[in-house]
Design a protein around this ligand. Structure first.
Ligand code: HEM
Length: 122
């Protein structure tokens, strides 16, 4: 089944967060470096991925910006981005398959690579 509704996005993002939040390598970013308020943060992430994959414009933030300030508190290294990305790919593959699922993986890979490059060339 492919990703086609906001409910699908919510299931994907929730499952992904249930993993990264407790990850031994990158969990600390979400819990200590930039402790997230789930009630506020999760809808932003649903909007982001809905905008990316299903069109629309519910997300209007600047994703790169938040990570720059986080990087200033704890260095975001290539291995952190690798863990983020493999967790994302694993979760997408587990729950969905199809064009949008492929797009979710390629888009994430591009952004993660760009972000990793930006954070590590300061
Ligand atoms: C090591 C990799 C990453 C870690 C540890 C991480 C962690 C976080 C954390 C803790 C926040 C909340 C920051 C805050 O509100 O102050 C955040 C926000 C966000 N992240 Fe990441 N992130 C990573 C990579 C990515 C990638 C690759 C993407 C995109 C594909 C992404 C998309 C976003 C978006 C859209 C937000 C919300 C920004 C906003 O509030 O407008 N993140 N991330």
């Amino acid at each position: 089944m492919d990703i086609s509704t906001r409910e699908d996005i919510i299931r994907l993002v929730d499952t992904f967060y249930s993993r990264v939040m407790v990850d031994d390598l990158i969990g600390v970013f979400f819990t200590e470096v930039s402790p997230i308020n789930l009630k506020e943060h999760m809808p932003i992430m649903y909007d982001f991925w809905e905008t990316m994959l299903l069109g629309g414009s519910s997300y209007s933030g600047n994703a790169m910006h938040k990570h720059y300030s986080m990087n200033g508190r704890k260095r975001m290294k290539p291995e952190h981005f690798e863990r983020w990305l493999t967790t994302w790919e694993y979760t997408v593959n587990e729950l969905f398959s199809g064009t949008k699922a492929d797009e979710a993986k390629t888009r994430a890979k591009h952004i993660a690579n760009l972000m990793s490059h930006n954070m590590n060339s300061l």
